[in-house]
Design a protein around this ligand. Structure first.
Ligand code: CO8
Length: 259
């Protein structure tokens, strides 16, 4: 499928998705949200792809939801727009494959929320993060009020959301909003190196690990332990488990499915 605002490169099991609307700092409008929705369904079903990297073209990752598009919305339209974004972001979060955000620049509002629905965030030293919405008269509407406190704790999330202040990459790393910071020219190499490391592991084991963490973090410890036990058991029905353990005993590198 052709995308007007997304660039997609696929190589060695890794898809690099670049949001490509730099003249408005990759602001998320209905078109881009629709394209992300379609593309992530395509990537879910593409068995040649095991890891996805999401980044932005130009000086922004995403500078938020499109303020021009939102400016004339009424309450019902605002709710529908928020739900549209939240649905796409949840799809990314629940994808059976890891998604790494390579945050190249501004990640504000909907951009910070998009980074947060990814599994892992690597930031360029130039990146800026923030939830400026209350300065525009709205709340974070693409699940930022939910994911930010889960990532950085309630107190820090409330400070960032209530003050609408942006923070730099080092501070984002210090509070646990991003995993690591890379020099701008090293950002994509760092993200690809991590993606390659993941792509070299057993795909089903990575998929079940993601599912176990995502589902387990939303329920009681006892339920979570059951979820983990079931997914752990499913691994033993895969060829990769046989191959992974056999390779260890034969002192050689494992050759997993799709490799
Ligand atoms: N929406 C629309 N256009 C934007 C946006 C945006 N979020 N951000 C930047 N642009 C446009 C600018 O209007 C400008 O367009 P033009 O050249 O036609 O004037 C172009 O991008 C370049 O931007 P600037 O000239 O402003 O670039 P600077 O380098 O001077 O500044 C900033 C960069 C600081 C990032 C600045 O552009 C800025 O503050 N942008 C807005 C950031 C923001 O407030 N984001 C949050 C938006 S609200 C949101 O994301 C809510 C999510 C939940 C939605 C729920 C729906 C109900």
């Amino acid at each position: 499928m052709e995308y007007s605002k997304l660039l997609v490169e696929k190589e060695n099991g890794i898809a690099i998705v670049k949001i490509n609307n730099p003249q408005s700092l990759n602001a998320l409008n209905s078109t881009i949200l629709g394209e992300l929705d379609t593309l992530f369904t395509e990537l879910e079903n593409d068995s040649s792809i095991s890891v996805i990297i999401l980044t932005g073209e130009g000086k922004a990752f995403v500078a938020g939801a499109d303020i021009t598009e939102m400016s004339s919305m009424d309450a019902a339209e605002g709710k529908a727009f928020g739900e549209k974004g939240a649905k796409v972001f949840r799809k990314i979060e629940l994808l059976s494959k890891p998604v790494i955000a390579a945050v190249n620049g501004y990640a504000l509002g909907g951009g910070c929320e998009l980074a947060m629905c990814c599994d892992i965030r690597i930031a360029s030293a130039k990146a800026k993060f923030g939830q400026p919405e209350v300065g525009l008269g709205i709340t974070p509407g693409f699940s930022g009020t939910q994911r930010l406190p889960r990532l950085v704790g309630m107190g820090k999330a409330k400070e960032l959301i209530f003050t609408a202040e942006a923070i730099n990459a080092d501070e984002a790393c210090r509070i646990g909003l991003v995993n690591s910071v890379a020099e701008p020219e090293e950002l994509m190499n760092t993200a690809v190196a991590m993606a390659e490391k993941i792509a070299g592991k057993a795909p089903a084991a990575v998929k079940y690990s993601k599912e176990s963490i995502n589902r387990g973090m939303q329920c009681s410890m006892d339920e979570a332990i059951n979820i983990e036990a079931n997914l752990f058991g499913l691994c033993f029905a895969t060829e990769d488990q046989k191959e992974g353990m056999k390779a260890f005993m034969e002192k050689r590198k494992a050759k997993f499915n799709n490799k």
